[in-house]
Design a protein around this ligand. Structure first.
Ligand code: ZN
Length: 216
């Protein structure tokens, strides 16, 4: 920016409020370019089989990311996330959560990131030319920007959302059975030991056994 957007005078760089900023030379105008970051809404769109990553027509061939867009005037960030999901992917949001806010100095933006659960048939708008649905376990968050939002979202996911191995219940039942089996098999031996030693020694051994079981 070279000229004042109000009076068209030349802008000069000057120290103001702890930083060098462009300000208008015209003293009656006194315009200052504060260069505040622009808010951008990013949306981690989750469908039944994973997260939708889209390819922007302007991006390098192999770069796919979550969708994002600028806030309209008088629009809440949440409404923007719902709108962008519909506009860019043609998906309808059924659940929305705020992930966090992230600075993105490279583009002088502040990213307000949401996670949404959405449904429908994907239809890309003119800004996008391809998409991929990536399972959450295969997401590779990049440094900075929306990558940090993805990293935080993965960390914070509810346990019920995480992929539970189908045999998890079976494994835990097996462990309970093994613990029980181990203790009952050794009970007779403990009893014999207790007969030979005092009852307090017996209790000590039993408590040790319980500790051992708990630590496995
Ligand atoms: Zn001016």
């Amino acid at each position: 920016m070279k000229y004042c957007p109000y009076c068209k005078s030349t802008l000069i760089k000057q120290q103001k409020s702890h930083a060098l900023r462009y300000r208008c030379q015209n003293k009656t105008c006194a315009y200052v370019n504060w260069n505040n970051p622009i808010p951008v809404v990013a949306v981690i769109v989750e469908v039944s089989s994973g997260v939708v990553l889209a390819h922007n027509v302007k991006w390098q061939k192999d770069f796919y990311s979550v969708i994002s867009g600028f806030l309209e005037s008088n629009e809440s960030p949440e409404a923007c996330a719902v709108r962008e999901t519909k506009e860019e992917l043609n998906l309808t949001v059924e659940k929305i959560d705020l992930v966090g806010c992230y600075e993105y100095p490279a583009n002088n933006q502040i990213i307000i990131a949401y996670h949404v659960k959405a449904f429908g048939v994907i239809k890309l708008n003119h800004e996008l030319d391809d998409y991929r649905i990536v399972p959450v376990s295969e997401l590779k968050p990049w440094q900075g920007g929306t990558g940090r939002a993805i990293k935080d979202w993965i960390k914070r996911r509810e346990p019920s959302d995480k992929k539970v191995p189908a045999d998890a219940k079976l494994i835990s039942m097996k462990r309970v059975y093994q613990s029980y089996n181990y203790f009952s098999k050794n009970l007779l031996w403990f009893y014999r030991v207790a007969q030979r030693r005092s009852m307090s020694r017996y209790r000590q051994i039993c408590s040790k056994t319980f500790c051992y079981e708990r630590s496995t």
